[in-house]
Write a protein of this length. Structure first.
Length: 488
């Protein structure tokens, strides 16, 4: 697989396509009597969310505006897909139908599908065969090429499918990023994954590991701080592999430490790291830097050494305990969260008991628990010892019950204390209830007194820091009351 770092010349080509599309959508606006609209629908993880912010940014540069909430179907609809589990794929095909009739009433409408699912040949074939009204299909590696591909698809007026075999590295200045949140900026620092866990589609979908330039990341973080965004999330499938292949010798710990020293930023998070190569230095930075968030997400996947080996996760559960113990010793008042898969091929009741034992020992503050999903093309999909669904469902229920109890206990330990919260926004269902997170990533729902609220719109609080006293706990969050803003 070839890896190519994009240059200013590549950027120029995209800018030319954006200018042409601006002109084209200007003429569409005259015909329609209103500005053309776009909608980007995102499935999957934060890396996809980050890609969607880039897609939105490009569409804004082309002169389109976001589709109003209850308005008619957008003129450009982009579905940014995820392939990690079968249900994510089903959701895409389930959601495509209505666009067919929308397209019949709006001949200029463009339906675009991109993201990880498009790296799976069966999905692309299915679109080719059964969804002729989809105009453009491309894979995640060609995100940078979206303007050229959209222009070509419009010119061609027939389905355009462009799946490449090159892994590109684009720095942030390649894009006009439409950052969706005022409280947190997503910053991919590397792309792809080389780990090839035997159940996982991501290395096939996202290509080989490749890292952005250190200086470019730091420039992006400074720009984010200047925008007044208080939190950054450094993203990669395995951030601890950052820097391999770059010449400057910088590691993830260097990026993390440098991020924590940027003036204007208050919180630095990262997602995800792999237990096999999380360095103690990263944990020490979490201990020593006030801006480093006190939250470690470390996917365990299973508590059975036998299954970990079969999953191609090269660590033992004892090694996992050692990292977790070191983290909790060094970074008190923190949270440790994880991912666990239930029903991996060959999982015996004994293996599952190992997982339950590990969960009880480690007392994760929260966990994403998944039922194993067979991903065509991955090694595990061809294992013969697949676990019957009823067994998976039963085990999953047992795990969830234990983990929910532990998460509730973690939340209960917060009651009676006050914490600084970064406010994420107001609940849509319950206006007047705000949500935010502690430094340890605990989710907090809280009220703000009437007199403060009446002088502001709810949106004014997004991205602000406040002390909140925690009054009660729920399984997935805590409830509290506002004390004072801390960022004035
Ligand atoms: N790179 C991250 C890591 O290793 O920590 C994980 C990223 S992956 C998108 C998120 C989680 O999805 C994984 O940790 C795993 O638990 C889950 N996952 C991946 N493939 C899966 C599959 N085939 N079935 C069920 N869960 C899966
Ligand atoms: Fe998938 Fe494993 Fe890579 Fe994570 S480290 S993205 S689970 S292959
Ligand atoms: Fe899904 Fe791709 Fe992320 S498969 S979880 S969107 S890397």
């Amino acid at each position: 697989m070839t890896i190519i770092r994009l240059t200013d010349d590549d950027r120029k080509i995209q800018q030319e396509a954006i200018s042409e599309l601006r002109e084209y959508y200007g003429s569409v606006a005259l015909k329609k009597g209103s500005t053309p609209t776009f909608e980007v629908l995102t499935y999957g993880c934060q890396l996809n969310e980050a890609d969607s912010e880039k897609l939105s940014g490009m569409l804004l540069s082309m002169g389109l505006v976001p589709k109003p909430e209850n308005g008619p179907a957008a003129d450009v609809v982009v579905l940014n897909t995820c392939s990690v589990r079968e249900n994510a794929e089903d959701r895409l095909f389930g959601n495509l139908g209505p666009y067919k009739s929308a397209k019949q009433t709006n001949r200029d409408m463009m339906i675009v599908i991109c993201g990880c699912m498009m790296k799976v040949a069966e999905n692309v074939d299915r679109i080719r065969r059964s969804y002729p009204y989809v105009d453009l299909v491309f894979d995640p590696q060609q995100l940078y090429n979206f303007p050229v591909l959209l222009r070509d698809a419009i010119r061609k007026d027939k389905q355009l499918i462009n799946i490449g075999s090159v892994d590109y590295i684009a720095e942030d200045d390649f894009y006009d990023i439409d950052r969706k949140r005022r409280f947190r900026a997503l910053v991919p620092i590397m792309y792809g994954c080389n780990n090839f866990c035997t159940y996982c589609i991501v290395p096939y979908a996202r290509g080989r590991e490749r890292s952005r330039k250190f200086d470019s990341i730091i420039d992006e973080l400074r720009t984010i701080a200047d925008m007044g965004i208080k939190e950054v999330m450094l993203l990669g499938q395995n951030v601890n592999s950052y820097g391999k292949g770059n010449e400057d010798g910088k590691t993830f710990a260097d990026v993390f430490e440098a991020a924590c020293s940027i003036e204007g930023l208050n919180r630095v998070r990262f997602m995800s790291s792999h237990p096999k190569d999380l360095s103690k230095r990263v944990i020490d930075i979490m201990r020593d830097c006030p801006k480093a968030e006190k939250h470690l997400h470390l996917a365990m996947q299973s508590g059975s050494d036998r299954l970990l080996m079969k999953m191609n996760r090269p660590y033992t559960i004892k090694e996992f305990y050692d990292i977790a113990d070191y983290f909790r010793e060094q970074v008190p008042e923190s949270s440790l969260t994880t991912d666990i898969i239930v029903g991996f091929p060959g999982e015996t009741e004994e293996d599952f008991q190992d997982t339950l034992r590990a969960v009880e020992y480690l007392k994760f503050d929260s966990a994403f628990t998944f039922q194993y999903s067979k991903r065509p093309g991955t090694p595990a999909a061809s294992y013969e010892d697949q676990i019957p669904q009823d067994v998976v469902t039963e085990r999953f229920g047992r795990l969830l019950e234990i983990q929910n109890g532990l998460a509730y206990r973690s939340n209960q330990s917060k009651v009676g204390h006050s914490y600084e919260i970064l406010i994420e926004g107001q609940s849509r269902q319950q206006p007047g209830i705000f949500t935010g997170r502690t430094m340890s990533n605990h989710l907090v729902n809280f009220t703000i007194p009437e007199d403060i609220c009446s002088q502001n719109t709810g949106d004014d609080f997004e991205g602000r820091l406040a002390m909140v006293r925690i009054d009660s706990a729920r399984p997935y969050s805590v409830d509290g009351a506002f004390e004072r803003f801390t960022d004035v």
